[in-house]
Design a protein around this ligand. Sequence first.
Ligand code: OFO
Length: 169
Amino acid sequence: MINERMNAALNEQVNAELYSAYLYLSMQAYFQKMNLKGFVNWMNVQVQEEMAHARGLYDYIQERGGEIVLEAIAKPDLKWNSPLQVFEDVLKHEQLVTSKINNLADIADETKDRAAGLFLQWYIKEQVEEEASVSDVLDTLKLIKSDSNALLALDRELQARVFNPPVIG
Ligand code: OFO
């Protein structure tokens, strides 16, 4: 049985992951308007990953005999000035999520919940990958500045991203 504090914190993280999916869905719409298909694809994969992250936490709460409490999902931003600004926001958001995951790991330590600590290792590693893949795109966008040919080349590159359903835990 999971302790109450950990249960509540995991429910909050389900919400944070669903918010992430919602935010990336909003960013996907932004890129759809610009007709940048590779960026659309990148966001589409990201949305699916976030849904999988939420599902992983949801399943874990259930597995530990906890209670699922779903709160409202906040409204994400709708407007950005440029692809660069979008990816700056993505990186900021992922850094925030990393701090939330680290906070969950702290709670697992403080409540001596070894099983949760072990489970959360997967999310800790995933955040390293998330931040790295976002930083890659962001660094390229910084180099591109207003070169539209280079932007289209990056767009073509981002079309290659595929969703591989993660095995969590
Ligand atoms: Fe779930 O990793 Fe992004 O937010």
